[in-house]
Design a protein around this ligand. Sequence first.
Ligand SMILES: [Zn+2]
Length: 92
Amino acid sequence: MNAVNFRITPKAGKTIKVEDQVYRLIGSAPYAKAEGELSVILTWESQCAECGETFTTTSALITKYLTRRCKKHRKAGRPVTQKSKHRRPLHV
Ligand SMILES: [Zn+2]
């Protein structure tokens, strides 16, 4: 199921609910796809699932996934890049 699925651009102020998280549309802007086809980018405002802070995210008219966290917590679930084992000690 798509989190966002619109055939026409919704008006600003429209709210949607995705798995208990509420998103409010604050704006939309036309954008041209690589194939030259015109599409629309929607800007949503929501509260971070982690800390409750307001953040904004963008999506197309139809998308399967919307970001659920603010910038700070967005990478929380991702694996942390391991530092190189062969890191040379710094000689001062
Ligand atoms: Zn957060």
